[in-house]
Design a protein around this ligand. Sequence first.
Ligand code: PLP
Length: 377
Amino acid sequence: MLDLARQYSPIREEILAALADVLDRKQFILGSPVAAFEQAAAEHLGVAHAIGCSSGTDALWLALAAAGIGAGSAVVTSPFSFFASVSSIVRAGAHPLLCDIDPVTFNLDPAAVETLLKKPQTIPMKALLPVHLYGQCANWTEFSRLGAEYSVTLVEDAAQAWGAKWNGAPAGGLGSIAAFSFYPTKNLNAAGDAGMVTTNDPVLAERARMLRQHGMRQRYHHDEIGWNARMDGFQGAVLGVNLRYIAERNARRREAAERYTQLFHSAGLAEAGVYPDKGVIVPKEAAGSHHVWHQYVIRTARRDALRDHLTAQQIGSEIYYPVPLHRQKALAYLGYAEGSFPEAERAAKEVLALPIFPEIRPGEQETVVAAISAFLS
Ligand SMILES: Cc1ncc(COP(=O)(O)O)c(C=O)c1O
C-alpha cells in the first residue's frame, strides 16, 4: 500500500540533522522546532494560524472546543469516515448527527445535510464537520452556503487532505477552523503521532493554543479545562523537512492517480456497463476540486473476493472503511438502524483502496490493474 522506505531513504541525512538539532536544543515538547514548523505550515497553506498538536484526533477535539462546540450542541458529520470524526464530537461533549454521503465523491452530501438542518431539532445544531475524504475536499460551495444560511460553524476534518483545494482555496482555510492529521501514512506525515489545527480567526487560534496546554495562558494558571495535546519537538522537526517536499509529492500522487484511471480505461474495466460484475468504478475529481489522492479508491461489487485475489498475489489493498460509523458498537446509542444511510452502507461494501504513494512505479500500477483485470474477466 505504501513504501515509506522510498520516501525516507533520499532524505535520511536531512531528517537526522533536523533530529540532532532538536537534541542539541533540548526542546522536546513544543519550543522552536514546533514553532518553526507551525510558521512554515501556515505560510504553505496560506492560513493565518497553525497550531501543532499531538494527533489528528486531538486536533479535531481542539478545533471543536476552541469554537465553543460542547454540551448542548449537535454537530453534523459523515458516517463514512474514520472513527475520530465522530468520537471527537462526543469527546467535546456535543451530540453527533449523521447524514448520508454523495456516492461519487464519498463525501458528506450537502443536500442531505440541508434536509436535516430544516427539521426541528431537539439539540440545536451548532456546527457542520465535513470530512475531506481520501484527499478531496467536500463540496465547499454548498457547505459555505449552508454555514451562512443556517448560522452554523464550519469545522473541517482535513486529516487526509494536506494540499487539497476547493476552487483554489486550501483545505484548512475553508471553514472557521480545521484539523489535520500527520499520522505516518498521511500525505504530510510525522514519524509518530502528530496533528494540527488551522484557522484564520485569531480568537479561535489563541483559544486552541490555550486548550492544547491544559487551558493555561500563564504557566500554572488554568483558565479552562484544556488537555495535554502538545506536539513533540522531534515530530515538528520531521514535519518541517517533509513539508519541503509535500508539493512535489502531492503532484506525483496526482500523476499516479491519472495513470491508474488511464490503465483501467485501457483495460476496458471502467467503461459504461461493465460495473458491477465485470468492471469497476474509478474515482473522480469533482469540478472545482484539487484532489491530493491520499487514497485511490475504486468501487466494485465483488470487492471481498477481489481483495482476496490481490492478497494472494501479494498486492496490497485496504478497505476504508468496512463498517460505517452509525453501525459501530460504540455509537449504537445514537440510535441509527441499518438502512439509515444507504449510500454509506453500500460504499462500505464496495470500496477498495489501491496502493498509491508518490514513489509508486508505473510498472507496479500496471501489475495492480492487470491483476484486477485477470480477476474480473
Ligand atoms: C478522516 C480522519 N479524521 C481523523 C483522523 C485522526 O487522526 P489521528 O490518527 O492523527 O489521530 C484520521 C486519521 O486516521 C482520519 O483519517
